[in-house]
Design a protein around this ligand. Structure first.
Ligand code: NAD
Ligand code: ZN
Length: 342
């Protein structure tokens, strides 16, 4: 089969013919119909510090996908050949203390598809049955592969009730954009989005941001305070992984407010906890992955009901062989979500 490989250490991917995976008793084989590029794939492509420490080439990359089950192992009961599935990409162990407490998103023995084991940028991918999610029939196939990042967005937004709240999203990359669309559906009443890319901010407006701000061009503190009667927002969602954006988010959240942190920082960050968090009695949530499978239920229902329109966020669709083009576009911040078709 055709597959996108991180073949050896260093920059880039290689497209190669490799044997179709053979499955174990508890696994299923899926013919990939559509996949999408994640920021993590870009890091693996670029071979950044994180990738150098984590990835053991050769490995098939990619983890966001949807496709049809073509084969199942002897012990597989819940999934059938012909099912249209996506996958929870965090392959949990099901026996550590976190898994036993139904917090599989923080499984202590987590393996990630396309990071630790062969992934989905290929004609076929094998996954354990326990991480397969059967998509509702009504779900537009085109959108089925982005449920995994949409799950990140949903959990970041819904860490607490959002209805009637003013919200700041720092970082309108693909996941920040999904969060804006989700905020709209769940009834946030003022949505302010910041990003350094005006391309992203244009999409942010299309999916429901009331106010957009580029901190390179405007003073974000002035904009947010002017929009919130000088008080700051009820809720901030940090989705950039930028230190300055984190500081903005904490300073611009009002007393008794909530901050959800999804963005990942490559180094430790200095913040004024005393004044910006403690004396304001903020509630801070770290968000990782998605709740398995509660979040999937919400995500699938948002898409199959067509209540959530993610079409403005999907900006490009390429053949799998054009993955390089997709990665370069992502790096230029001139794209939203990019789909790949094997
Ligand atoms: P992305 O890198 O594509 O988007 C980040 C956006 O932040 C970019 O559009 C960038 O222009 C913007 N940005 C950078 N500095 C900024 C600043 N000072 N102010 C405002 N905006 C700024 O990433 P993504 O795929 O959308 O993911 C969002 C973040 O979430 C990333 O940090 C990613 O690593 C992280 N992430 C975390 C999890 C998790 O489980 N916690 C899962 C997926 C992604
Ligand atoms: Zn576990």
């Amino acid at each position: 089969m055709k597959a996108v490989l991180k073949k050896e250490k260093g920059v880039g991917f290689v497209i190669e013919d490799i044997p179709t995976p053979s499955i174990g008793d508890d696994e299923i084989l899926v013919k990939v119909e559509v996949a999408s590029i994640c920021g993590t794939d870009v890091h693996i492509y670029e071979w950044n510090d994180w990738a150098q420490n984590r990835i053991k080439p050769p490995i098939v990359v990619g983890h966001e996908f949807a496709g049809v089950v073509v084969e199942k192992g002897r012990e597989v009961k819940r999934i059938n050949v012909g099912d249209f599935v996506s996958a929870e990409t965090h392959i949990y162990c099901n026996h550590c203390d976190m898994c036993l407490m139904n917090h599989r998103e923080v499984c202590r023995n987590l393996k990630i598809l396309g990071v630790d084991i062969d992934g989905a940028f290929a004609e076929y991918v094998k996954i354990p049955e326990r991480v397969a999610w059967v998509n509702p029939k009504e779900i537009p196939h085109k959108f089925a592969s982005i449920q995994e990042p949409l799950g990140n967005a949903v959990d970041t937004v819904l860490a607490e009730d959002i209805s009637g709240k003013t919200v700041l999203i720092t970082g309108a990359g693909p996941i920040g954009l999904l969060a804006i669309a989700v905020l709209r559906v769940f009834g946030a009443t003022k949505i302010i989005a910041s990003d350094l890319s005006n391309y992203h901010l244009e999409i942010a407006k299309k999916v429901g941001a009331d106010v957009v701000v580029n901190p390179l061009e405007q003073n974000i503190h002035d904009v947010v305070l002017a929009e919130t009667h000088g008080l700051g927002v009820d809720v901030s969602l940090e989705m950039s992984g930028s230190k300055s954006a984190l500081r903005d988010a904490l300073k611009l959240t009002k007393y008794l407010g909530r901050v959800s942190l999804l963005g990942l920082f490559d180094k430790s960050v200095d913040v004024d906890l005393t004044n910006d968090v403690i004396f304001k009695k903020l509630r801070i949530y770290g968000i990782t992955g998605r709740r398995i499978f509660e979040t999937w239920e919400i995500v699938s229902s948002l898409l199959s009901s067509k209540r959530l329109d993610v079409s403005p966020i999907i900006t490009h669709e390429f053949k799998l062989e054009e993955v390089d083009k997709g990665i370069k576009l992502m790096k230029s911040h001139q794209s939203g979500k990019i789909l790949l078709y094997p």
